[in-house]
Design a protein around this ligand. Structure first.
Ligand SMILES: [Zn+2]
Length: 585
């Protein structure tokens, strides 16, 4: 007797082979049978005719480290068909933590990932764990709508072992390194699926200090790779120096991207550990990513396992009156910033207030690492900012930018933006398509995605909660790349599905999932491609302490299964919580 028999769907099994019409049977949490036609009794038969049946998505780049403490739904990922989310990325996380020492880690997370500090203070049971194994024990006591993979973050390790010296980014002593690598080995043995570090000066605590570990010397990183080797499994996730640009405004980066690739190749070859690292097109060197991919291919032929992590759309920073916007640091705006939206808009509509705000200079936020200071980017990038109108066009042509639209009407672009923010009762959103969109189309992204060595990630789900809504990327790449793209080649569904499932699961050693093959975990989506859509962002005030997050609604998931249990039905949470801590084999 099967638990579920899913009949007549178009099966895209995650291995990359062509779709076929057929049935999938689930029993005891696993795929029990797959084939053109399966006979047999089932407790529930689901007719999937006309729908796609895929493995659940594996999102390797999330920041749910705080959210897993106060929430068990884990949105936006669960509503986007994600069945495994890996957190602890980018060198920031919450274990190990000295007793009473959460402040430093919260300030890091607040600065790097822009998750409100109040939510992290109030929403997490501080004191429940100190070591990483204790943290995993805590996670093991919780139940979620999807599986969570935990990674141990360099920032937390350095803070724990080296304290003030670690936070000040002093060089680690041989003893420090020994202690830190022991902690890593123990963490992986207890269930961590990876170790993560940030090496860009662009990632700073809320107070503006570079993340502990940013300037770590080669021997520190090599010792970490060696700890992964001793533990026998685990991935090293790295945000390389220079990977998000030259960072000249912050004093520049210590290393070039190509130097970083050489270091990572050496570490991977010597330790045998896979290394995944952020790869985006950077403003100052728009062709550099090609050199990186070529260098990676060469090193991988010679025994390295480098897996550049790329994204399926430009990393988008959204802007609106219920989020961040160009005018939020102007002196006259700050006077009305705390008013409720309607009253604030009434003020903003007054011609004299508008004229004053437009004329004002920005007053930098007193906390140098605050995301409030994103106004600098907004000010420089009006030619890369676009309206988010329904249905959203994420590959807009350059003449649709705020700069171009304003020019066409002979208006000042800032003034144009000001009026736009007041449209739609203040709920309109624009987007800055920064990384990967310098050419004004998706050819760069297509080349990155189709490179054999890359993995798809960088959604940052759970982070940048008022600025980036790329947690919807796994859905988006199905609508845009598979179905809707009109400005260039599309990508085959079996390719996109493989990239988001088996390819990612394999990187993290999660060999029990990622494909619809007999014996694998029944993590699965049933998708109605005709209705699949990501909607316009909207602000929610549902974080602990009333904190804000912006969510992008999604529709088209007829069903999601995690470990053979149905967690979503017709885009609604079923209330089932089969999700646990994901461990590598
Ligand atoms: Zn990240």
């Amino acid at each position: 007797m099967y638990d579920y028999l899913i009949k007549g769907g178009t099966v895209v099994d995650g291995t990359g082979t062509a779709p076929f019409v057929g049935d999938v049977a689930i029993a005891d949490g696993k795929i029990a049978a797959v084939g053109a036609s399966i006979e047999g009794e089932a407790k529930e038969v689901i007719d999937a005719t006309g729908h796609f049946v895929t493995p659940g998505w594996v999102d390797v780049h999330t920041h749910y480290d705080g959210q897993v403490a106060w929430d068990d739904v884990i949105d936006p990922s669960s509503s986007n068909g994600v069945t495994t989310a890996i957190m602890g990325n980018c060198g920031v996380g919450f274990a190990p933590v000295p007793k009473g020492g959460e402040k430093e880690l919260i300030e890091l997370m607040e600065g790097v990932e822009d998750i409100p500090g109040t939510a992290l203070y109030e929403g997490m049971p501080w004191g429940t764990w100190e070591t990483f194994p204790e943290y995993i024990e805590y996670l093991d006591s919780r139940k979620y709508s999807l599986d969570i993979g935990a990674q141990i973050a360099h920032g937390a390790i350095r803070n724990y072992v080296m304290e003030e010296r670690g936070r000040a980014n002093e060089d680690a002593t041989a003893q420090d390194i020994e202690h830190m690598s022991q902690i890593i080995e123990e963490a992986i043995k207890a269930g961590a699926v990876g170790v993560t570090t940030s090496r860009t000066v662009g990632h700073r605590s809320i107070n503006g200090e570079a993340v502990p570990g940013t300037f770590a010397a080669d021997d520190e990183l090599e010792a970490f790779a060696d700890a992964i080797k001793r533990a026998g499994k685990g991935v090293f996730e790295i945000i390389p120096s220079s990977s998000v640009g030259d960072m000249a405004a912050l004093g520049g980066e210590p290393r070039s991207t190509l130097e970083e690739v050489e270091l990572m190749a050496k570490m991977s070859k010597e330790s045998g550990c896979p290394i995944t690292f952020t790869l985006i097109q950077v403003f100052e060197k728009p062709e550099l990513w090609r050199e990186v991919l070529a260098l990676v291919a060469e090193h991988n032929k010679n025994g390295a396992q480098l897996r550049p992590q790329v994204c399926s759309r430009p990393i988008g920073m959204i802007t609106g009156l219920t989020g961040y916007h160009l005018f939020q640091r102007r002196e006259s705006y700050l006077k009305i910033a705390d008013l409720p939206l309607e009253e604030r808009m009434a003020e903003m509509r007054k011609p004299e207030v508008k004229a004053q705000i437009l004329a004002d200079e920005d007053i930098p936020h007193p906390q140098a690492g605050s995301m409030e200071n994103v106004v600098v980017a907004f000010k420089q990038a009006l030619a890369l900012m676009f309206k988010l109108e329904s249905p959203i066009d994420y590959e807009p042509s350059p003449e649709k930018s705020f700069m171009a639209l304003a020019a066409a009407e002979g208006r000042d672009p800032e003034e144009y933006m000001y009026d736009f923010l007041l449209e739609d009762d203040g709920k309109s959103f624009g987007i800055l398509l920064g990384a990967n969109y310098l050419a004004g189309d998706y050819e760069v992204i297509r080349e990155m995605l189709t490179d054999d060595n890359t993995v798809v990630g960088l959604s940052d789900a759970g982070a940048h909660v008022s600025l980036i809504v790329d947690g919807a990327m796994p859905t988006y790449q199905m609508t845009h790349w598979v179905r809707d793209r009109s400005r260039g080649e599309k990508l085959p569904i079996e390719f996109i599905v493989n990239k988001q499932t088996l390819n990612n699961a394999n990187l993290y050693g999660l060999t029990d999932r990622g494909s619809l093959e007999v014996g694998k975990r029944a993590d699965m989506n049933i998708i109605d491609m005709d209705s699949l859509q990501t909607g316009r962002p909207e602000a929610h005030y549902d974080l602990p302490a009333g904190g804000r997050r912006i969510m992008q609604p999604v529709q088209g998931y007829k069903a999601t299964f995690v470990h053979g249990v149905q967690t979503r039905k017709d885009d609604q949470d079923t209330g089932a919580r089969p999700g646990r801590v994901a461990r590598a084999a």
